[in-house]
Design a protein around this ligand. Structure first.
Ligand code: BG6
Length: 446
């Protein structure tokens, strides 16, 4: 159980605190992962009394009395000192990204120096040079060990399972290369548009919002070499090696019609809300194999899937005309969690008819209990000082380099909101929609 800690949330009146952080903290308290003695202090521009702030979140009563609000960063250290001594202080930056640098300086000037950990949300910088500047400054003020850069995709259960699947199963490990795998495809679709985040989104677009961080992290876990140990520094080394050999080759972009009428969006915006990208990895394991990424908002459904498609068997025996479907592994990241394996099998009966079948591993069926929400895991890891699921300074900078090397088309094409993703690059996409119902209605668990 985590004890003697203070958790400060900067930007505590904002959406992230309301939707993700406070519910995650509540669950951690309920599960006795955090001691009721720990202190939570919200801070933000909006004035609140402690009671008004407490009313916003339904924490268990024993923790509610340890929940406080202090407006602004100025005076925060003195306020905290008045509440007691803490072995560690976690400061969560739930702030507009443009304010990270100034807020970090303000936090440092307040006197937060020893035993402090900073949790910083994405986007980490707007580009390579701003990310680099932010990294240098944070390192100078607090040291890299104290910085926890969040990528909440890394805490999703299926994502954490990718390395286990690859390296704890001898079935997959030997065939995980371009000699056996034809392509890796990542499909990240959202039904909603930009909703109330128009101003932020229009400055970045879907490639910087989703690919530079979340989807690149998925790709790294799918393709990196095995780390020597599970220590964060060994995992980071392999991710960085992979990033260095990654290259984006091609990109097509789209914008949903009506986007320019959303709140906060300029009427002539050319920001992309949809993208299809092709990348390759120039190392011995992956040379020649394409990686396809498709990501967008205002599409016909929400779901994130990863497909690993194997080369077909030779055109012999059961596959003389090349009609057999290749084997595929589908990692269903969300909304349902599961991993599926597509196989060819004989159809029961007297004739030798081959049909497609699927082996399904559904989290709900295989495991009892709730799948922890990403922020629960991330907050707990940061409280324990475990960097494994956090992104290093070098990773963020290299990821920006890769994204900046990609030239986006000047004008995105237009697509209808609620439509299926338009196929633009000449890609033979895995039919991800086929797996929508897989793992959706399995009974056991929660
Ligand atoms: C965020 C992006 O990082 O991830 C959002 O800024 C996106 O635009 C969100 O909607 C998706 O997260 P999830 O966990 O809902 O897939």
């Amino acid at each position: 159980m985590v004890e003697d800690s203070a958790i400060i949330i900067l930007g505590a009146s904002g959406d992230l605190a309301q939707r993700k952080l406070m519910p995650a903290l509540r669950t951690l308290y309920e599960q006795n992962q955090i001691s009721g003695e720990c202190l939570i202090v919200g801070s933000g521009r909006t004035p609140f009394s402690d009671d008004e702030f407490r009313d916003r979140f339904k924490l268990p009563p024993e923790c509610t009395v340890r929940l406080f609000y202090h407006q602004h960063i100025a005076g925060l250290k003195k306020f905290l000192d008045g509440k007691g001594q803490f072995r560690q202080i976690i400061i969560f930056f739930s702030l507009p990204p443009g304010t990270y640098l100034d807020s970090a300086i303000a936090v440092h000037n307040e006197g937060f120096r020893e035993n402090v950990r900073l949790i910083i949300e994405k986007p980490f910088g707007r580009d390579h040079s701003s990310a680099r500047e932010l990294n240098r400054k944070l390192e100078e003020l607090f040291g890299e060990e104290s910085i926890f850069r969040i990528d909440h995709y890394l805490a999703k259960e299926v994502v954490q399972n990718i390395l286990v699947f690859r390296f704890a199963n001898n079935l997959f490990y030997p065939v995980w290369n371009s000699r056996h795998i034809e392509s890796i495809q990542i499909n990240a679709l959202e039904e909603i548009g930009v909703v109330e985040r128009g101003r932020y989104f229009d400055e970045v677009g879907i490639v910087k919002d989703m690919v530079q961080n979340h989807l690149l992290q998925l790709l790294l876990l799918l393709t990196m070499e095995a780390p020597i140990t599970l220590k964060p520094e060994d995992i980071r080394t392999q991710k960085i090696n992979l990033l260095k050999s990654l290259q984006f080759e091609e990109c097509a972009t789209g914008q949903y019609s009506g986007y320019r009428r959303e709140s906060g969006i300029p009427p002539d915006s050319t920001t992309e809300t949809f993208a299809e990208l092709r990348a390759t990895i120039n190392n011995f394991r992956w040379t020649g194999m394409p990686i396809h990424i498709r990501v967008g908002k205002a599409l016909h459904r929400s779901g994130t899937e990863i497909g690993v498609r194997f080369h077909p068997v030779p055109k012999l025996l059961f596959n003389e005309t090349g009609q057999l479907k290749p084997n595929q592994i589908i990692f269903k990241v969300q909304p349902e969690a599961g991993i599926l394996l597509d196989l060819s099998s004989k159809k029961p009966g007297s004739d030798m008819l081959i049909t497609e079948t699927s082996m399904e591993f559904c989290y709900r069926k295989s495991f009892d209990g709730e799948i922890p929400e990403a922020y629960q895991k991330l907050l707990l890891d940061a409280l324990k000082g475990d960097h494994t699921l956090f992104v290093s300074a070098e990773e963020t900078e290299l990821a920006w380099n890769k994204i900046e090397s990609l030239r986006l088309p000047d004008q995105p094409f237009s697509y209808e909101p609620g439509s299926r993703p338009p196929a633009v690059l000449p890609v033979s996409w895995i039919e991800f929609d086929k797996y929508i119902s897989a793992c959706a209605d399995v009974g056991r668990g929660f």
